[in-house]
Design a protein around this ligand. Structure first.
Ligand code: ADP
Length: 321
């Protein structure tokens, strides 16, 4: 009897730790007696049949590397019925009986479509935004937080030397978790996130209050979902007279060698995904719940609402006086 064969791909925005997840999928599959195909550039690779068999040594020396050795892409074609049909056709032609999809919400929608078309798929949350509702944690988040923290630490040095205010935009798309945790870690005077209403008057009032107790330089962290840091800096300077500079950290937050947490989480999730496919189970998303690796039906996962850590936000406010 021929061996069971699965495939792995990375899709959507890249995140540090995706390579560790690919490695885990390949090594788990092979150690469980399966074959694995690596698919290039997300769903595009399924449509164009751009894939190759992965052996144990093909994933050597990648656990510490950011990015993804399989490359990633956003595939508009895959959203069309013809694109999906071509992907299904190529999976069948290559005897692929399941696919591990590493990506975000959009990629999981694709994984659901492919599962419904007869190819069982397992989604692994890989995004620096930590914006997957069903999971406490997503691969790449810890590395991105640490990158953002060290960048803002550098900005603090110069803000401090010049008695300036540094207004910094960190990534996170519509989610404020990256901004919140980075903001706490860098001792931000204020953290502006999409989940909480904010008024610039409140930010300015807090700056004035801390100035009275001797504070001379300020860091204001702004989530990507709010944006407009140039405007915020200009208004702060106008209202306070404190020279204010805006910085958008940007894609630097998506790169770099993954942290221990990202490598370990990716390894655990990859292992779990292969175990599901081994049993012929598809249409699931792997998640972290109370520190344990679990899985959810994709539709159920996509319908969950991401909660914002209000308690932690209050901590941030209370200690940034
Ligand atoms: P992310 O996975 O990071 O959220 P995107 O939202 O760009 O990134 O989605 C990645 C890819 O997933 C898309 O380019 C597309 O190929 C596929 N995808 C997204 N939504 C759907 C959908 N509704 N049906 C089928 N495929 C989808």
């Amino acid at each position: 009897m021929s061996k069971k064969k699965i495939a792995v791909l990375t899709s959507g925005g890249d995140a540090p730790g995706m390579n560790a997840a690919i490695r885990s999928v390949v090594r788990t599959a092979i150690s469980h007696g399966m074959e694995v195909m690596g698919v290039y550039r997300g769903y595009n690779g399924l449509i164009s049949n751009d894939m190759k068999p992965m052996q144990l040594r093909d994933v050597s020396d990648i656990i510490h590397r950011g990015g993804t050795i399989l490359y990633t892409a956003r595939s508009l074609k895959f959203k069309e019925p013809e694109g999906l049909a071509a992907a299904v056709e190529n999976c069948k032609k290559n005897d692929i009986s399941g696919v591990v999809v590493i990506g975000g919400d959009g990629s999981f929608r694709g994984a659901r479509a492919l599962s419904n078309a007869g190819i069982p798929c397992i989604g692994l949350p890989g995004t620096i935004d930590n914006d997957i509702s069903c999971s406490e944690y997503t691969i790449g988040f810890d590395t991105a937080m640490n990158t953002a923290m060290s960048m803002v630490d550098k900005l603090r040095d110069t803000a401090q030397s010049h008695d300036r205010c540094s207004v910094v935009e960190v990534m996170g798309r519509a989610a404020g978790d990256l901004a919140l945790k980075t903001g706490i870690a860098v001792g931000a005077t204020y953290i502006i996130v999409p989940e909480r209403q904010f008024s610039l008057d409140e930010v300015i009032e807090r700056m004035e209050r801390t100035r009275q107790s001797g504070k001379k330089h300020f860091i204001i962290v702004v989530a990507e979902g709010i944006g407009g840091v140039d405007e915020i800096a200009r208004k702060i300077e106008e209202a306070t007279g404190i020279e204010s500079r805006a910085t958008v950290l940007g894609h630097v937050q998506r790169g770099g060698s993954p942290t221990v947490r990202d490598r370990v989480t990716a390894s655990r999730m990859g292992y779990h995904a292969v175990q599901l496919l081994e049993q012929g189970i598809g249409n699931r998303v792997v998640a972290v719940e109370h520190g344990k690796i679990v899985d959810y039906d994709i539709s159920e996962a996509l319908n969950m609402k991401k909660t914002f850590d209000e308690e932690l936000y209050q901590v941030a406010l209370d200690i940034s006086i």
